[in-house]
Each structure stands twice: as structure tokens, then as C-alpha cells.
Design a protein around this ligand. Structure first.
Ligand code: NDP
Length: 309
């Protein structure tokens, strides 16, 4: 079995950027695409905040362009998922869903995080058509609209507060009557005149027509009474789930499962680097992911020079 110089696991802006840099450095990176090739941006429509596209670009097109750019310099793609990583010694050993076993001198993890969904019917087809899990990405499209945010944590408070820059009214739907969010974030949301809280309510159904989401049905968690409300947008702010299961016990994770990198691409395992949302519960933007992918690629290249094996 030949040993790779660098394997990149995951294909979002972070993984593609790492592949671009490492392929241009003649490291012939292998990219393992994962279960959702292109990552979260393939679930969105217009991306207006990625620099270089004055008219904006569709999320799937941006990912396809990044993939092609990495291919141009010799990146190899493998369409499977890593199910287990043995990082106990170098070279590292990756076991894939398709049965492949891959040895690599360095590893870049860019498997991202997935926004948690409520699990209601029609969520997938309404994503980007009234339903979103990222106010920073999609808030701009809700100017003067009425939108709902689900959740009672910091993400929901932050999303709701951000949305008030555009929307005329923002409702926070929370399943309890107390918030999990930190005090300063709560205070900011509570003091915002455009925000109204719907306490003890759960969203139980999505209403839609051919144009996308048109409304929601909320259920009182104490009385079970159901009410239908018209809605221009619904934002999920119920947390993110980092895709790190295949690294369990191999690498240091924080209490939410994000890889610990302290703001740099280095992990606690020398030769293993992490970039993008899998190590970033804070910014979660395509451009910050791409930047960290570049940093991880440069670190991997330098590490190989100093530790060739
Ligand atoms: P949290 O887990 O803190 O909060 C999730 C919220 O969603 C909770 O209020 C929870 O309700 C609710 N929720 C979860 N599942 C459901 C469901 N199925 N139906 C309805 N409601 C649901 O996640 P966050 O993403 O808010 O925060 C994660 C971490 O990131 C935290 O440590 C947070 O502090 C941090 N963060 C920091 C920010 C900042 O500092 N600017 C911004 C965003 C996040 P319940 O309370 O009833 O469990």
C-alpha cells in the first residue's frame, strides 16, 4: 500500500482550498469527498458574501468552481466516507466506507459541521426557499419580511438579532419559557423592539407553495394547542453538529465535539490539521473556512518538509 503525502477529508470551502494549495505545491493530495460532496453550501442558493463575485454566485456553483480549480493542479478525489482514523502513529491509517484503507503522512480534516434540523417533512426541498440555518448567509433576502427563528441558545439570539437589520419583525420560537443563551446575548435580543418571543412553542409543520415556505404551524408545548402563522422565512438556530465521529478517541475535541485547534490549524496530534467548521463554532463562514483551509495546507506542507518520514 503506497503512502500519501497528504489526505484531505471533507469537501467544503476549507477542503477544496487546502487541496488547491497542496496540489499547487506538488503534493498530489487525495481528497475524500464525504457524504455531502461540496458541503453545506450545496444546500444554499445565492451566496452574496464570498468576495470576488460582485453579482453573487449560487452555492453549488461556487463549490463546483472550487473543485475544478483543485482538479486543475492534480488533486485526486475519492467518492467515499472515512469511517475510522487511526492516528496513533505516522503514517496515519484511514478506513473508508467502500473498504479502502489509506495511509498518509499528514492529514487535513475539513469535514465541517451540519446544522441541526427539526426533522419536519419537506425541510430538504425548502432549504434556501424560505428555510435557512444561517442568518449571516441568507438574512439579506428578508428585507421588510416577517421571519421566525427557532431555538433558545446563543445561536438563535445571534441569528434573530442579526435578522432585525433586514426583517421588519422577528419571532423567536422557543420550546421552553427560559433561555439557554448567555446573559449578554439574551439581553440584546430581549431589548430589541423588532424581536418578539413565542414561549413554550414548537414548530411542528411547514406550509409551502411552489414559491417556497409560506407559513408554519406552532404547537404550545403545555396545552398542545396548534396555531398556523404565515411566515416569509424560518431560521433554525438549534445548534450545529460537527462531523467528527470518525475521530472519536483519536484527537482532542471540545465538549460539543468540535476539534480543538485554538484558532490555528494544528490539532494535538502532530501532522494532523483541521480547518473549516469542524473546528469553528463561531464564524462558520465560507470565506473563513477557505482561509483556514489555506492555513492548514501550508502547515501540512511545512510539516512534511520538517518531518518527511
Ligand atoms: P445550544 O445547544 O446552546 O442551544 C440550542 C437551542 O436550541 C436550545 O435552546 C434548545 O432548547 C434548542 N433546541 C435544540 N433542539 C431543539 C429541537 N429539536 N426543537 C426545538 N428547540 C431545540 O446551541 P447553540 O448553537 O445556540 O450554541 C452552541 C455553542 O456555541 C454554545 O456554547 C454557545 O454559547 C456558542 N455560541 C456562541 C456564540 C457567540 O458567542 N457569539 C454564537 C453562537 C453560539 P433547550 O434550551 O430547551 O434545550
Amino acid at each position: 500500500m503506497s503512502t500519501r503525502e497528504v489526505v484531505i477529508v471533507g469537501t467544503g470551502p476549507a477542503g477544496f482550498t487546502a487541496a488547491l494549495y497542496n496540489s499547487r505545491a506538488d503534493l498530489a493530495p487525495l481528497v475524500i469527498e464525504g457524504g455531502l460532496p461540496g458541503g453545506q453550501l450545496t444546500l444554499t442558493t445565492d451566496v452574496d458574501n464570498f468576495p470576488g463575485f460582485p453579482e453573487g454566485i449560487m452555492g453549488p456553483d461556487l463549490m463546483e468552481n472550487m473543485r475544478k480549480q483543485a482538479l486543475r493542479f492534480g488533486t485526486e478525489f475519492l467518492s467515499t466516507k472515512v469511517t475510522h482514523a487511526d492516528l496513533s502513529s505516522r503514517p496515519f491509517k484511514l478506513t473508508c466506507e467502500n473498504g479502502d484503507e489509506i495511509m498518509t503522512k499528514t492529514l487535513i480534516v475539513s469535514t465541517g459541521a451540519s446544522a441541526k434540523f427539526l426533522g419536519l417533512e419537506h425541510e430538504a426541498e425548502l432549504m434556501g426557499r424560505g428555510l435557512s440555518a444561517c442568518a449571516t448567509c441568507d438574512g439579506f433576502f428578508y428585507r421588510d419580511k416577517e421571519v421566525y427563528v427557532v431555538g433558545g441558545g446563543d445561536t438563535a439570539m445571534e441569528e434573530a438579532t442579526f435578522l432585525t437589520k433586514f426583517a421588519k419583525k422577528v419571532y423567536i420560537v422557543h420550546r421552553r419559557d427560559t433561555l439557554r443563551a448567555s446573559q449578554p446575548m439574551q439581553k440584546r435580543a430581549r431589548e430589541n423592539e423588532k424581536i418578539e418571543f413565542l414561549w413554550n412553542q414548537s414548530v411542528v409543520e411547514l406550509k409551502y407553495d411552489q414559491s417556497g415556505l409560506t407559513g408554519i404551524v406552532v404547537e404550545n408545548t403545555q396545552t398542545n394547542e396548534r396555531v398556523e402563522k404565515s411566515a416569509d422565512g424560518l431560521f433554525y438556530g438549534i445548534g450545529h453538529h460537527p462531523n467528527t465521529e470518525f475521530l472519536a478517541g483519536q484527537i482532542e475535541l471540545d465538549e460539543h465535539g468540535f476539534i480543538k485547534t485554538s484558532g490555528h490549524p494544528d490539532t494535538n496530534v502532530p501532522g494532523v490539521f483541521a480547518c473549516g467548521d469542524v473546528q469553528d463554532p463561531y464564524y462558520r463562514q465560507a470565506i473563513t473556512a477557505a482561509g483556514s483551509g489555506c492555513a492548514a495546507a501550508i502547515k501540512a506542507e511545512k510539516f512534511l518538509e520538517e518531518n518527511p518520514l
